[in-house]
Design a protein around this ligand. Structure first.
Ligand SMILES: Nc1ncnc2c1ncn2[C@@H]1O[C@H](COP(=O)(O)OP(=O)(O)O)[C@@H](O)[C@H]1O
Ligand SMILES: [Mg+2]
Length: 381
């Protein structure tokens, strides 16, 4: 079986997997990369914050911030031989990627060392909202320069809002020209919003480092980082250009609940406005109706179970109730997906992936997920 998302990725060199938090971005990215490797490609996947068990299953425990090849035997054993394909994977270390970026932008080693040692920088660099999003794409850009990959798959950070990802370069520009911190120091809500999840850390820093020390660290910070602003702007432009390049495609993942679907639709509009290509949408963790979707099958189920299986009446009722719950959830999912289908229009392909009976935290799970992603004919209604 090799349809589904494989057809969306024909000719793609870069695939960015976006969506709300918790919908399955990380696991889907890994399953997608494995599936494309099994089609003979040399694929690298950049995962962000994978569950420890998944990282271990892939052999990704060491954080060297560069892709390493996954032993093909792991996939042979799970029934997905990679053949001539290769799967490489890494877990992004945002702090280190950011430091590497600073190192590359610094005009000389002295500037680099001074920035990396600056206390304000150290506390802020991984606290600024958007830095994880930006470092993810900066890593992607770096790998894309290497020309050795047939396909790069980028998982996106676990931000609550999928759109943080698109706003990241702007936020980072504010960081480099010192606007974020200046606004914060002047006080007021705007600064806090710019800093996002870093706010607590920044306030902690300001409490710890006070007086003359803070002032000298701050002025150093502004001066040194200001010197890197031009280089950063250029880099941010290259990174944004990569996201708009003809070989780059976004895949949108959502779960079948209304809220993430609405967020996915919002994300789709933003992508369009930004001139970025949407390859398709995946609805993950769909409830499957074992009863074939008919209300009639639910009514009277407990009696039929009791008669057919000899279950006690109480047990039959419990089993029937579980089926009825699934049935209701499956109907809700179908309604929500119909809404998504309608709003996306026919131009955007859609793949539905069922909620599996357990979490996807090992190679076997990835291979199962892959089968649904790449299925030509969908088992779901
Ligand atoms: N189709 C699926 N069936 C069952 N569990 C899934 C499925 N897809 C993802 N999961 C599980 O859902 C959880 C969230 O997935 P994850 O990929 O970490 O989401 P995200 O990266 O979007 O935050 C994980 O525990 C994962 O194993
Ligand atoms: Mg994730």
């Amino acid at each position: 079986m090799s349809g589904g998302v494989a057809t969306w990725l024909e000719g793609a060199r870069v695939c960015v997997v976006g969506g709300s938090g918790g919908v399955g971005k990380t696991t889907t990215s890994a399953a997608l990369a494995a599936g494309m490797a099994a089609r003979g490609l040399k694929v690298a996947v950049v995962t962000i914050d994978p569950a420890q068990r998944l990282a271990t299953a892939l052999g990704l425990d060491a954080l060297d911030n560069t892709p390493r090849r996954i032993e093909p035997e792991r996939f042979d054993a799970a029934g997905l031989p990679l053949g001539d394909g290769e799967l490489w994977a890494m877990t992004l270390d945002p702090k280190r990627t950011f430091d590497e970026l600073i190192a590359r932008l610094s005009p000389d080693s002295q500037t680099r060392e001074r920035i990396l040692a600056n206390r304000v920088y150290r506390e802020l660099s991984d606290a600024i909202a958007g830095s994880q999003e930006f470092t993810a794409v900066a890593k992607l850009h770096e790998l894309a320069q290497q020309e050795t990959w047939d396909l790069l798959v980028l998982d996106t950070p676990p931000s609550r809002n999928a759109l943080d990802f698109l706003d990241a370069p702007d936020r980072l520009r504010a960081f480099f020209d010192g606007r974020a911190l200046q606004t914060l120091l002047r006080g007021g809500g705007a600064g806090l919003r710019l800093l996002g999840r870093g706010t607590g850390l920044v306030l902690g820093l300001l409490k710890r480092v006070t007086g003359a020390e803070l002032l000298s660290d701050l002025s150093d910070f502004f001066r040194l980082l200001g010197g890197l602003l031009g280089g950063f702007r250029e880099r941010a432009e290259q990174v944004e250009a990569l996201l708009r390049a003809p070989g780059t495609t976004f895949l949108l993942i959502t779960s079948p609940e209304r809220e993430p679907i609405d967020e996915a639709l919002f994300f789709e509009r933003r992508l369009q406005e930004a001139g970025m290509a949407l390859g398709g949408a995946i609805v993950n963790r769909m409830h499957v109706d074992e009863l074939g979707g008919s209300d009639g099958a639910v009514a009277g189920l407990s009696q039929r179970l009791e008669q057919a299986t000899g279950l006690s009446s109480a047990l039959a009722k419990q089993v029937a109730a579980a089926f009825a719950d699934e049935h209701a959830l499956a109907r809700r999912d179908a309604t929500n997906v119909a809404h998504l289908r309608e709003r996306l229009g026919d131009g955007v392909p859609l793949q539905r992936v069922p909620l599996l009976d357990r979490d996807v935290h090992d190679v076997d799970g990835l291979v199962r997920l892959r089968a649904h992603l790449f299925a030509e004919r969908q088992a779901l209604p």
